[in-house]
Design a protein around this ligand. Structure first.
Ligand code: MV4
Length: 469
């Protein structure tokens, strides 16, 4: 495989910057693509070259495969990094890159496809001996089949869309009387959202934690995991806070779950960075949920506790090189890291997205603080894309130290002009359950009631309309 000399970054925002930064450190050229709405964006400015690929609407720019590939070819790139979102888990795009003579920095199109269908992924993992939530072997065709699986595992059950992930096309059936209608509802929603109404059935676990393992596998057959992240603090399937390691995972469990994650990787001949998601129940049992075949938003917490630059490793792997840590025993876990997603959303009003002009941007710094962001004072957040503005990642020798540092860093963080989730995070870092590491997937609904947040959010960071304070 020839070395990679120039990479097209098929993304925008903070992740595009993140990728350009690794390119620069590796002496690799970088080409940004941007939409008309992103003319003034930082990712287009810091890359070596930048090419406008179309209007604001994603489907006409960041999702336009021929446009992105043409940009790579005319600028003389030899590889494409898709980041997360947009085309990152699109098997047709990975295939189109390869067919155009470009290296796709990620897994093979076949791996993306196999993991993209959650019911196929589930049966693959069952066959490989990776623990899965009790339920159907693969897709469920008829109501009769659904009923027999539901009776076998016991109610409540969860009906999930095979093409889903992230909660879409998902319905709980608490008892037999709800099964038929909710299966129909899940199928209808899945058909509308994904053009595929295939569903499967699992026992519905109560108060699970979301624990995911970062994995890396190279083309020479080496595979390691970089331990786990706990992403239990979510709202409506949007992650808000992620941390590594998980407060719920003991060294023994970490070893067992890590081995299961590697079993999953080997079962599909996976190559590149990926994430194996598990649900961890209150009794410490874990079950495979999904595998994500991209670099994730929350990858920095893993970087901070392992010292591994995951983007750099993706690029090395795509070049056919051996990854930095080819042996599991050489990967070490040090300290604790927590990421807070700072979104252009108003937590006082149901987290309503709130694009607009950022008058002042003053991120925190100092020991153990990392901020990954594409913001600058005077930048206007466009309405066309996701609301992620910045990621605050804090590191500490212990979880308590990381939480104390987070409190300090959040207090320093000033974004003037638009509401953000900073106030939400300021509430959470003072909240007793979070401080003890007691976070479950329904944590936000249970412990961050809107009234509680409203009470807290009046204090803390000082924000005045239109000026820095
Ligand atoms: C589950 C579950 C309980 N039992 N599966 C939500 C998103 C999708 N990726 C899978 N999800 C869940 N699957 C079984 N068998 C609970 C959830 C779930 C959830 C999972 C992770 C993080 C937050 C969540 C919030 C609600 C439900």
């Amino acid at each position: 495989m020839p070395p990679i000399r120039k990479i097209l970054i098929a993304n925008r925002g903070e992740v595009a910057l993140r990728i350009v930064r690794s390119c620069k450190e590796m002496g690799i050229g970088s080409v940004a693509v941007y939409s008309e709405a992103d003319r003034d964006s930082l990712h287009a400015r810091i890359a070596d070259e930048a090419i406008c690929i179309g209007p604001a609407q994603s489907s006409l720019s960041y999702l336009n495969m021929p446009g992105v590939i043409s940009a790579a070819l005319v600028s003389g790139c030899d590889a494409v990094h898709p980041g997360y979102g947009f085309l990152a888990e699109n098997a047709a795009f990975a295939r189109a890159c390869v067919d155009s003579g470009l290296v796709f920095i990620g897994p093979s199109a076949d791996s993306i496809e196999r993991m993209g269908d959650k019911s196929v992924a589930r049966s693959t993992m069952m066959a490989a001996g990776v623990p899965c939530v009790p339920g159907s072997e693969g897709a469920v065709e008829t109501y009769g089949e659904a009923l027999s699986f539901a009776r076998e595992v016991g109610f409540p059950v969860l009906i999930k869309a095979a093409a889903g992930g992230g909660g879409k096309g998902m319905r709980v059936a608490r008892d037999e009387s709800e099964l038929e209608a909710n299966m129909t509802a899940a199928k209808t929603e899945a058909a509308a959202a994904f053009g595929d109404d295939t569903v499967y059935i699992e026992k519905y676990l109560l108060r699970p934690r979301h624990v995911e393992f970062q994995v890396l596998a190279d083309s020479l057959g080496n595979a390691v995991h970089l331990f786990e992240r706990d992403c239990s603090v979510q709202r409506r399937h949007q992650k808000l806070i992620e941390e590594a390691p998980s407060p719920a995972v003991t060294p023994e469990l970490r070893q067992t779950m890590g081995e299961a994650a590697l079993k999953a990787v080997r079962a599909v001949g996976y190559e590149s960075a990926g994430t194996v998601e598990f649900l961890l129940d209150t009794d410490g049992r874990f079950y495979f949920m999904e595998m994500n075949t991209r670099v994730q938003v929350e990858h920095p917490v893993t970087e901070q506790v392992t010292g591994v630059d995951i983007i750099r490793e993706q690029i090395r792997i795509a070049s056919g090189e051996r990854m930095k840590h080819a042996e599991q025993s050489s990967v070490e876990l040090r300290g604790h890291a927590i990421e807070f997603r700072i979104n252009a959303e108003d937590p006082m009003h149901n987290f309503r997205p709130h694009p607009g002009r950022v008058e002042c941007f003053n991120p925190p710094g100092g020991f153990g603080v990392r901020v990954d962001s594409h913001l600058y004072g005077g930048y206007t957040v466009p309405q066309h894309y996701d609301s992620l503005l910045a990621k605050l990642i804090v590191w500490g020798e212990t979880r308590a130290e990381a939480v104390a540092r987070a409190r300090r860093a959040l207090d320093e963080f000033i974004i003037v002009g638009i509401p953000t989730t900073i106030a939400f995070h300021q509430f959470v870092v003072e909240e007793e359950h979070f401080k003890k590491g007691e976070v479950y997937t329904d944590y936000v609904d249970e412990h961050v009631s809107e009234s509680g947040l409203a009470d807290f959010a009046t204090g803390g960071q000082v924000v005045e309309e239109g000026r820095c304070v």
